[in-house]
Structures are given as C-alpha cells and as structure tokens.
Design a protein around this ligand. Sequence first.
Ligand SMILES: Cc1ncc(COP(=O)(O)O)c(C=O)c1O
Length: 379
Amino acid sequence: MTNEDQFQLATYKKMPIAVEHGTGVWIYTSDGESWLDLYGGHAVAGTGHCHPHVVEAIRKQAGELLFYSNLVYSSARARAAEKLVSIAPKALTKTFFCNSGTEANENAMRMARMSSGREKIITFSGGFHGRTADAISATFLGKYREIGKPNVPGHVEAEFGNIESVRALADNTVAAIMLEPIQSMAGVRMAGPDFYRSLRALCDERGIVLIYDEVQTGIGRTGQWFFAGSDAGGSVVPDVITLAKSLGSGVPVGACLVTDAIASHIKENDLGTTFGGGMLAMAAVTATLEAIEEDRMLENVRRVEAYLRARSREVEHVQAVHGLGFLLGVEFKENAAAIHKRLLDRKIITGTSSNPKVLRLLPPLCLEESHVDMLMAAL
Ligand SMILES: Cc1ncc(COP(=O)(O)O)c(C=O)c1O
C-alpha cells in the first residue's frame, strides 16, 4: 500500500484494502481476509470476479493473438460485434468499439454532430459522462465541469425528469440529447416512463439524436440487457447507446451501438482508435455476454433485487431503495458516508454518491440472497 502511494498520484481516496484475488462477489487480501463486494470495482465486475468462462476465453485468446488493429479482419472482433448487436434492441444494428466510457460518449456525440450537421448537446443536471474534454463538458454534476475547464462550447443543461426544461432548449441547433437513463453518481435517480417517451418524441419531432449513456445501466445491470427498450423506460429505444464498465468484465473496452440511420452518416476515418476492437478485449466481450446468458444472470438480478427490496423494509433506518436491478441507491435517514464506513469495518464494500443520504449498490450480477442477508444483518 505504501509503495502505491509513493509512486502514484493521489487522485483517489482509497479504501483500506489491498486486493490480491477475487471470485464471484468476493475479493480477498493477501492475508486471506474476504470482503463482500457490493460495488464491483465501479460497476465493472458484472459477471463477478474472475468468472471461469471469461478467464478461460482471455487465456485462450492471449495465447493466439493479443492485438491487431482495425486495419485487418478478425474472427474475435466479428464474434463480439455480432453477439453485442444480437442482444441489443432491434433498431441498433452496428457497433463501434473503443476503450472506455468517456471515449464511447465522445464518439457518440461526434456521430450525432456528424449525422445532424448541428453542434449543440443537451445533457442533464446530475448526469456524469466521463472526464475527457467533451464528456466532462457534458457533465453537470458537482465540480467536474470546473476540473475540465476550458469546456468544449455548445453544452447546455436541462433538468432531469423535467421535459419542459428540455423542450425550451431543443431548438434546431441541437445535435443530441444525452442522458444516463438512471443517474448513478447523482444518487441513483430515475424518471418515470413518460419522461423517456417524451424525450423520444421530442427528438423525432426536431431531428435530434437521442443518446443513452448506458455505461452503468447496460449489460444486464438493470435485470435486462439494456435500460433501452425496458418497461421502466417506456420501451424507448435511443439512436445511440454507449457502453463500457462491465462489458469486458474488467478488460478495458467501450462501445457505441447505433442505428442504421446514424451509421449511414459515418464514413471511413471519421472515427478511430488504436486499441478499440483489439482481440483480447473482444474475447472478453463475447465471453462476458455468454457468461451472463449461460448463468441466467438477468433473471438472477430481477429475483435478488426483489428480495433485497423486501428485506430492506425490515431495516428501520432505510428510507427508500431507488433504481432498478443491481443499480440501487439505498437512502438512509442519516449520513450514508458513515454507514459506508461502518460496513467497511464489517468487510462489506458499497459505494457512496453525490447525495449524502444515498449509498450505492452495484454488485456483480451473480449476487445471491445469502449475500443480501449478510448486508441486511450488518445494516
Ligand atoms: C454513466 C457513466 N458514463 C461514463 C463514464 C466514464 O467511463 P470511463 O471511466 O470508463 O471513462 C462513467 C464512469 O464512471 C459513468 O458512470
């Protein structure tokens, strides 16, 4: 621990754990302590830590070819792209692979500008979209835009859940409306289905591209592959979905899923990245999606979410449980940071949020009822 502090910039407030290995919902320290991971390393460990199918696929691919760029065809890339499109809402037919969530959002906004011929982007108070220049400029949460100064021009802020605030900004200079359909860092805030439906209608009416940043909500976290198309989201399908986090089970990878209409505007050399679509990441993507399917994790998320909600009603100081699936915000009467710390004392990892009363749970999709019991006993 000391060495890491000595040689790394102090950009993260760390928990007092040095992890050595992990399996499922557990991570372990070198002296054999086990920690229940309800945070998944920032929502990355969707398939759980070291899912054997994913590990095996990565091992196999590493022995065959680690990387070659997009200038050649690759069966590993073809498999990942086909698999990803096959689980996506029908209207989303093509994918672009990159390396992270912020990069996926940068490319999504770029595609919206290219396809609409307009520049402005509407995003929402409380939304987080990443830390590169355009994405941080689209982030109206806390101090992030300040950190990203000078901001990219043309970003405007609407109020999440308030369609009139969007309508007032949505003139014919707007290329895209981009949102986290469930705002995670803001304290797991979700709107009603009508809001998403109204956004879709507004975009259709005014020729605006609708982008869902599903970096957190995507790949099964809500108990369905995507928030897009869900009942909770009014069955709305956006023009672009961005993904990262759990897409590669820990191997860095991001992606944009787009409609034919968007794809028709994107030409050779319009987008690019050296590492995007590399074989190791592609093997991880395919294996991640297969593991979620084979282990029926989507059903598991829905069942265990219901159990967690029911059990949380027994805990007197829990006020409400926000969110969907395994993107949950547990609201307490008192300060969540203190509860976060006391859970850490009991070797349970959770996440805080920008809402001081909300504790975030972003566990692996293989979390079971017995793990929920451990959390509830601790609470
Ligand atoms: C909703 C959302 N979008 C984008 C990002 C940025 O992703 P990355 O850190 O991979 O660049 C994050 C990261 O926390 C996120 O939660």
